[in-house]
Design a protein around this ligand. Sequence first.
Ligand SMILES: *[C@@H]1O[C@H](CO)[C@@H](O)[C@H](O)[C@H]1NC(C)=O
Ligand SMILES: *[C@@H]1O[C@H](CO)[C@@H](O)[C@H](O)[C@H]1NC(C)=O
Ligand SMILES: *[C@@H]1O[C@H](CO)[C@@H](O)[C@H](O)[C@H]1NC(C)=O
Length: 866
Amino acid sequence: MWWQCFVKGLFFSFFNPQVVNGIEIYSMKIDSKVTSRFARNVITSQAVNRGNVHKEVFFDVELPKTAFITNFSMTIDGVTYPGYIKEKEAAKQEYEKAVSKGQTAGLVKASGRKTEKFTVSVNIAAASKVTFELTYEELLKRQFGKYEMFIKVKPKQLVKDFEIDISIFEPQGITELEAEGTFITNDLQNVIKKTFSDKKGHISFKPTLDQQRTCANCSQSLLDGDFTVKYDVKRTTPDNLQIVNGYFVHFFAPTNLPQLPKNIIFVIDISGSMSGREIEQTREALLKILDDIRDDDFFNFILFGSDVHTWKEKLIKATPENLDEARKFVRGIDTEGMTNLYGGIMKGIEILNAAHEEKFVPKRSASIIIMLTDGQPNVGISNTEDIRTHVKKAIEGKYPLYNLGFGYGVDYGFLEKMALENKGLARRIYPDSDSALQLQGFYDEVSNPMLMDVELHYPENEISGLTKNSFKHFYDGSEIVVAGRFADINQNSLTVDVKGEGANDVLSFTTQQDAEQTAKAFQEQEYIFGDYIERLWAYLTIEQLLEKRTAATGEEKENLTAEVLDLSLKYKFVTPLTSMVVTKPEDYDNQAGIADKTTEEYILTEALNLCITKQTPVICFTVDGDPHFIISVPQKEDAICFNINEKPGDVLSLINDPVTGITVNGELIGDKRANSDAKSQNTYFGKLGIANKYLNLKVTVTSEKITVQNGNEKTPFTWLDSVTLQQEGLTLIINKEKNLVLSMGGGASFVVVLHQVWKKHPLHQDFLGLYTLKSHKLSEQTHGLLGQFFHPIDFTILEIHPGSDPKKPDATMIIKNKELTVTRGWQKDYRKDPKHGIDIPCWFVHNNGAGLIDGVHTDYIVSSLF
Ligand SMILES: *[C@@H]1O[C@H](CO)[C@@H](O)[C@H](O)[C@H]1NC(C)=O
Ligand SMILES: *[C@@H]1O[C@H](CO)[C@@H](O)[C@H](O)[C@H]1NC(C)=O
Ligand SMILES: *[C@@H]1O[C@H](CO)[C@@H](O)[C@H](O)[C@H]1NC(C)=O
């Protein structure tokens, strides 16, 4: 890598793909420590501004929705700015205050399917370094027999030092450990290092720069996707109780129990808005679900559009014949009318209630209502408060209600409240190609009930702050977690009675544990975060209070809000009621602003002085605008100019030096609308190609982007960048949205000026101008429309006389032993004022420079930019 970046007198290796937009993220580490399902993850990202002006650095992370951020800090040039947890309202005010002062440390939050995205951006000065450190915590949930942790990986550029390091400690012992990434290729598979024995598991993923590339010489990172870790623990007993420092946590997940038969009512929205893709996917999912229904299950379908249709008046046993009939019914489901959600759900409850009253279904069986809707109730009772009241009264806590909200037209808040009030939960089904799979996946979670009415009894007088301890169903592959704290902090043992209704009999047992036993189980643990049970308790309590708060109103809601807020502030969790605020000191931005300005002014004056100062024997050659060429002739303190009128798309040879290998070609563009009269068509340079074939270097400039190609390696910039690039043979300075200065082979320099026109201009579009500096560094053999004038030229003006335009006299010019009729005129020089330009008086040579240029102008049309 022989490219270097010149920043404040320091050379950095620059021409490497790790630098994107002037910013290099040189380190990114994701460090996770899991203790008894409770995970603390620290993401550290370190970046440096390789540019020459201050730049905005983004820290983008996606976290699981179930996680709470607990800490954030940024360190700029060794100074750490910590984040503070604040109540949301207070935080908002503070943030607005900071924004109004220009101290933007923006914190943006956006929601995805499984994740929430946090974006923090900070302006840092040239050559400055920034470290972001974010910590988040979550309780890993057990699903389908495994605890799952997923980490969203998306560094967006190659990172020299990239690492994921996960350590797991489970006092019960680890039985299996898997790690996979959606982006993992065969080659990367061996990069994942995984070990586990007894209570400890470790995963490390540390791809080298080359291993991160999408292909051998590519600069794109293939690290983009989910990195998932799954594991499970040994279960010699149905539960596990841990006690540390006055807090306890109780995990309950019995295995090898027979499944309970289930009674399932599917309440399906078939209103008009479900038509097309949604109803198709619903049919597809229901057909797959029918394949999984067990023969001792009972089921039924209720469809609601404007009216309510039931497949059968009663629950039906899942015999093969009935399942076949059900398949036919499902295939025939079609959409109709409006959304009588109330009628549908009440009918479902009624059928289920009747089945229980008539003892039509087994006593020991789990009843479940799954409702799917994509809209809002608008037939029957449509007031959602009223629906909730009626539904709650009809269900009476007997069966969980699961509400699936399809798409974005649903009143999800209503569905969630109604589900939570009825011991169930709500889920979103995202409209996508996998919607059917999402529906099926949800069914799989609740399709294997093993216990009903699970109660975990703790001695009331010994415990305070107990989390939820009674559960309608326990599903196979999941886990029940209860946490609490002792009323007396010195208490160190606990006895719990556990009871649940199984398929054949009652499961009932007593568990006892003391703090010493827990401590023994944790002996070998080096990284235990001593407060994990307390934090786990706080996490679970906040999660459950927030859930309760969803459906609460009035004073109850206020009380819950106050409780959650207290806990969030105490344990520093970013919850929906709190925010993390980071503020930079005030003078920081000012400094950056000054640095920025100084640099730009310096660059601009350097470029312009060289050309404008008339005392120096420097000749300026310009092509700009229509495209008009200006050849300044310093010894005469005058200039010659001419136009070339060719069609848009043509490429003109501007400079061609066979000795230094430098060529400059320009491609013409026209106005937005083609003019019917081709002769009067305005043309401009829309693309310039500047190359040095000996250095294997190509620079392409358009009004949008600048691409530097060194051999096979391409580095893109845009006009929004401010960049200084330096290498033996090339210096490139981009002055954001203004111009770029390019010098090649230590010789000739060029300035490309960006002309931006009003974006909605009916006719004109952005175009480029080219100015040549230090042209004496090019060889005698240089040619091209501009290049041929790099050799000293002279001319004599004779017989100035009035021309066709009274303001513009004509004259005879003697040049190259020829007599030409020329007109005194002005051409615009846009270097100082890119908008309006400065009028430069010059002698205008007519007919595409005929007689002035060697040969005819069409000789200069070349086949391509390079
Ligand atoms: C938050 O992170 C910063 C920076 O690493 C650290 O100094 C501080 O102690 C952390 N705060 C908490 C509460 O962990
Ligand atoms: C990668 O670049 C090297 C050096 O420029 C070159 O020799 C090699 O052929 C390139 N490989 C591919 C796959 O392009
Ligand atoms: C709310 O909290 C206050 C003060 O602790 C208490 O008196 C009141 O009963 C609570 N209200 C409800 C509805 O829980």
